[in-house]
Design a protein around this ligand. Structure first.
Ligand code: FCB
Length: 446
């Protein structure tokens, strides 16, 4: 095979999120988050796991930055814990909280690593959930104020900002399926949450433009290419609806300034569609510098009248699955990137997450030989490269994850890291995929 060489200045990174790695859930003045509350309720997370300690990154960040340096990464995607910085979500700030992120981001800079900072990776201050969380429109304003404070305090160190991580997950896993915090199960609430999340995104982009910050700002969406399971019109329509639900419901307002009409019509027949104004849409459509895409899997969709509200369901294709049960489909990444490029005006893209869960073990030599993960990354990198060759403006790639961590409702049972974490001792071991990734970065290809 010929050599794969990515464009010059391509950024290679790894990603994490505050609640999944930090621990120190109630230290140094941090407020309670909805994930603290949710994980402390028995039955919500497998084995009763919580993020109370997680990877203890709050205390071990210096050691972790050394590891990042050792891996040779260009950029590290982390998220800020809003209740660590503003314990009640609004009002009084917590110096010890913001100081932690100052120390972390400045240390990354000293080590030549660009911090890419997500403002919201799901750990809403519980105090704001008490007034309705994201279903309360005021929370969009509080988010903007929190973001402005972060721009002011961290703007010197941070060159890339991401407003939200996966608003689809926040809306629908958190407020429709109820499998994520805050555990609400109401479709109309989920739709309202999605709108307020997008509004808070737009408000924050505007605030960023009005600040003195240099650098870029964008949003991260979890996107899934959805194919029709057959040639029948009903299945094709079902696949289009699923695409509307997962992808276009977020892409279109952010990048085109409108909600997809087919979905507004469909939802209006099933639930309460949030009221919104033209001004809301203009705010949501504030120009971004890039789109972050998290890619894990694809879907094959057929009509299923019993599935409310979409009347669509996923069918298995027999492809190999990861430990999460997600089908592995690397060419889906290529299809997705080309489609976004074509439908959304050649927007600059970062892959902000991609990776797999595997049942990793430490072998008798003390190594973790995760060939399945290496293979997964290898195949997805090739598709990203092919997309670049087809003129997609792909500027960087963040592997999920830097290290094993708290995988939300799945707890610690699912390992996604290119670094292994022994939760008993907090020892970190770079896995085979991590050593391989280091070489990929060094050569800007393979
Ligand atoms: C994404 C999340 C991330 C992690 C991966 C596996 O949906 O953004 O925090 O859980 O999935």
């Amino acid at each position: 095979m010929s050599k794969i060489k990515f464009s010059e200045n391509f950024l290679w990174g790894v990603a994490t999120a505050s609640y999944q790695i930090e621990g120190a859930w109630n230290e140094d003045g941090k407020g309670e988050s909805i994930w603290d509350r949710f994980s402390h309720i028995p039955g919500n997370v497998i084995k009763g796991d919580t993020g109370d300690v997680a990877c203890d990154h709050y205390h071990r960040y210096e050691e972790d930055v050394k590891l990042l340096k050792e891996l040779g990464i260009d950029t590290y995607r982390l998220s800020l814990s809003w209740p660590r910085i503003i314990p009640d979500g609004k009002g009084k700030t917590n110096n010890k909280g913001i100081d932690f992120y100052k120390r972390l981001t400045s240390l990354l800079r000293e080590n030549g690593i660009k911090p890419a900072v997500t403002l919201y990776h799901w750990d809403l201050p519980q105090k704001l959930q008490d007034i309705g969380g994201w279903s309360n429109r005021d929370v969009a304003g509080y988010f903007q104020q929190y973001a402005q404070y972060c721009f002011k305090e961290l703007g010197d160190y941070v060159s890339m900002w991401i407003t939200h991580n996966e608003p689809w997950v926040v809306s629908f896993l958190g407020n429709w399926y109820g499998t994520h915090a805050p555990g609400v199960k109401d479709f109309s609430t989920a739709l309202l949450v999605s709108h307020n999340l997008l509004l808070s995104h737009g408000k924050t982009v505007k605030a960023f433009r009005d600040s003195n910050c240099s650098g870029e700002i964008g949003i991260t969406l979890n996107l899934t290419p959805l194919y029709s399971a057959s040639d029948s019109n009903n299945d094709k329509e079902a696949a289009k609806r699923a695409d509307g639900y997962y992808n276009r419901w977020f892409l279109d307002p952010v990048l085109k300034g409108r909600y997809p009409k087919d979905m507004i019509d469909w939802y209006s027949r099933k639930a309460c569609v949030p009221e919104f104004t033209q001004t809301d849409l203009e705010i949501i459509n504030s120009p971004v510098d890039f789109l972050g895409i998290n890619y894990y899997s694809s879907g094959y969709v057929k009509e299923d009248k019993n599935e409310w509200p979409l009347e669509a369901c996923n069918v298995e294709t027999g492809r190999d699955k990861t430990d999460m049960g997600w089908e592995i489909n690397p060419p889906g990444l290529y299809d997705l990137l080309l489609r976004v490029h074509k439908d959304y005006n050649g927007i600059k893209i970062y892959i902000t997450e991609n990776g797999r869960a595997s049942n990793d073990i430490i072998n008798r030599h003390g190594n973790v030989e995760d060939d399945d993960r290496l293979d997964y990354l290898y195949k997805h990198f090739i598709e990203a490269y092919r997309a670049q060759q087809s003129n997609v403006n792909l500027a960087g790639y963040y592997v999920w994850s830097f290290m094993d961590n708290f995988e939300w409702a799945e707890g610690y049972a699912k390992r996604f890291g290119i670094t292994y974490v022994d939760y008993k001792t907090q020892e970190r071991i770079i896995k085979k995929s991590g050593h391989w990734y280091k070489e990929v970065i060094r050569n800007n290809g393979f």
